[in-house]
Each structure stands twice: as C-alpha cells, then as structure tokens.
Design a protein around this ligand. Structure first.
Ligand code: DAH
Length: 342
C-alpha cells in the first residue's frame, strides 16, 4: 500500500534528520517538519477517516508507530545535544582562578587635600568640630563683623572679588568664625577648611586657594594655649622635629596678632642653599592671635567672661613647602603628570 510505504519512507528520512541535527535548535526544526501541525505525517493521520474501512487500521497503526519512534528518537537526541552543549559551555566559560588579577588604575589624594586631612584630623583629635560656610559671602561676615568697617583701608589689601548686592567671594575663611559664634554659645572649638578667593595670580598666589581657619573660645584661654596648640599641629603635620615661632603681626580681628613660622623641616636652618626655606631656616605658615574683644561683643559673647584664639593657615602653601613644589598654580591645573607624583 502506497501510504504505508510513504510512512516508512518518512520515518527513515526523519530519523536521519534527527541524528544529523547539530543543536537543540536544529532538532526543534526537525520536530516541526516531521511531527508538526502541517507535517506530512499529520496530514496522513487527518485523512485516515476518508480511507476505505479495511485500510484505516493498518495506516493508523503505522502512523502512530512512526510518530512514537520519532518522538523517542528526538527525545534521546535532545538529551545528548543538551548535555554536549552544557559541556561545551562549561569548557568555554571555565575561569582559571590562579591567573593574576587585572590591575585597576588607582588615583591619589591631591597634595593640598592631604594637608587639609592631616590638619583637620589633628584638631578633630583634640575635640574640635568641623564647621563650614558659604564661598559667596556677605560683606558683613567677610569684613564688618571681623572688625573691618566699611571704608577701612584693610579692605583693599584683600584684593576682593566683589559681586552684586553687597556679596563677595569670601577672601578668607574667617567669616566662618562669625557664623559659628552667632549660632552657638561658648565654649567653641572649631576648625574650618574651605576655598577662598582673591584677585591675585603669580607663582605663589592663585585667584582660588584654600584656607584652614581655627577658633577656640572658652573661659581662660591665653596666648600660651594658642602657641601650644599650633606647635603640636606643626609637629603632627611636618614631623616631630618641627619647631614653631610666633612673630608680632596685625589683623583687625585679633589682638594681639601673630604670624607663625615653622622651622624648615628639610634643613632645620642649617643649609644656606636649602631649596625649601632658601636658607632662612623658617617657613611662614599663617596668621593667628587672640580674638579681638570687639569681635566677641559683635556676636554677643561677653569679652569680660570669655577669651578666644584664632588662626588661619594656607594648606596649599603648606603643601608646596612639604612636597617641594615651586609653583602654586601647578596644584590647580589638573595635569596628571604632576598629580601622579604624589
Ligand atoms: N584671615 C586672615 C587672612 O586670610 C588669616 C588669619 C589671621 C586668620 C589671623 C585668623 C587669625 O583666624 O586669627 O589673611
């Protein structure tokens, strides 16, 4: 009977296709082609009802047998293929955990930030709190409240960037002293790092630079406390051998006022040709002094009851000195060849 022959032909054709399938995807196409809804075998099964009664049983039996044998063949081929594919994937994705790792590029801290971190760490260790203020400041906080009244000639010394509406780019971090004192009662112990601005540009001045302000107000603080505190800070930042000295100076917001020098930590004053101190033996660190009673009164503190000391340092300058950098502007150019050296 022609139909039975055709069914047998389809079987051998399909079995060959099953063993020839190279992937589970291929195998699925073979299944659709021979057992799917419009496969020839399926059509034959659908047509069984139209056959003469005596042929129906034979054709139906043959068709069902072939369907089952194909399903079985596809099932076992499918397992083989899946197993092989898993093996292959495992082989390809194997990771050799003994290989050395890929090094990640690593940045480093900017020299100024190192100094700031160092100095701030020191003061936090003494129990000081960190305080910050805005870089766009009012004339009042930047000058007037610090005992620098309008029209005072000291204002011109600051090379101020004036903005509209009585605003300035703060020329120092000292206004943070005022903001702090206005927001709390004594005792005050704060350290205030931040960016400051002046119209100035040469190898040792940049229009933007950093300062670290400090302020302590309490019962019975004296110049001796200021001196001891700054000396300990210098030893912490520049090494145990660092010696400090105070020179008389003048600031509107302190009385008396001093400037602090630290002994050259490279030559200690012994080398006339020292590159860092140029033979002077001392390096200027910044200004300091006892808070002027006028400033204490301005913020509502009683100058008869409280005294205070304050200081302001330039961490950029300190970093230049500590790392032997000749030009301050290098710190702000973002040149990787420079920054990678730290
Ligand atoms: N604000 C001063 C300046 O930028 C530095 C300074 C001097 C700060 C004495 C102080 C201080 O707190 O007591 O020139």
């Amino acid at each position: 009977m022609a139909v039975i022959e055709r069914i047998n032909e389809l079987e051998s054709e399909a079995l060959a296709a099953v063993s020839g399938a190279g992937s589970t995807g291929d195998l699925e196409s073979v299944r659709v082609r021979y057992l799917g809804r419009s496969a020839e075998l399926t059509e034959i099964k659908k047509g069984i009802g139209t056959l003469p009664v005596d042929e129906r049983k034979q054709v139906g039996g043959a068709a069902n047998r072939v369907s089952r044998s194909l399903e079985a063949a596809i099932g076992s081929r499918s397992q083989d293929l899946a197993g092989g594919e898993r093996e292959k994937r495992l082989r390809e994705e194997a990771v050799d955990v003994t290989l050395p790792g890929v090094p990640y590029p690593k940045g480093s801290l900017h020299p100024t930030l190192r100094i700031i971190d160092d100095v701030v760490d020191f003061f936090v260790g003494l129990g000081y709190r960190i305080a910050e203020g805005p870089e766009v400041e009012t004339d009042y906080y930047n000058f007037t409240a610090l005992n620098i009244p309008p029209e005072h000639p000291a204002r011109t010394m600051q090379d101020t960037f004036f903005l509209d509406d009585g605003l300035v780019l703060r020329t120092h971090t000292s206004p943070v002293q005022i903001r702090t004192m206005l927001s709390q009662e004594p005792p005050v112990y704060v350290v205030c790092p931040g960016r400051t601005y002046r119209r100035d540009s040469d190898p040792t001045h940049t229009p933007m630079f950093n300062q670290i302000e400090g302020l302590a107000v309490d019962h019975g603080l004296s110049l001796a406390h200021l001196k001891g505190t700054l000396a300990a800070m210098a030893r912490h930042t520049f090494g145990e051998g660092a010696v400090t000295r105070l020179r008389p100076s003048y600031f509107q917001f302190t009385e008396p006022s001093v400037e602090m020098d630290v002994s050259c930590f490279v030559c200690g004053g012994a080398d006339q040709n020292c590159k860092v101190c140029k033979g002077a033996g001392w390096l200027e660190m910044g200004g300091a002094g006892m808070v002027d009673p006028a400033v204490l009164s301005e913020v509502g503190y009683d100058p008869e009851e409280f005294t205070g000391f304050a200081f302001g340092f330039g961490p950029d300058r300190m970093a230049m000195v500590k790392y032997g950098v000749p030009d301050l502007r290098l710190f702000f150019e973002g040149d990787l060849r420079f920054l990678r050296q730290f």
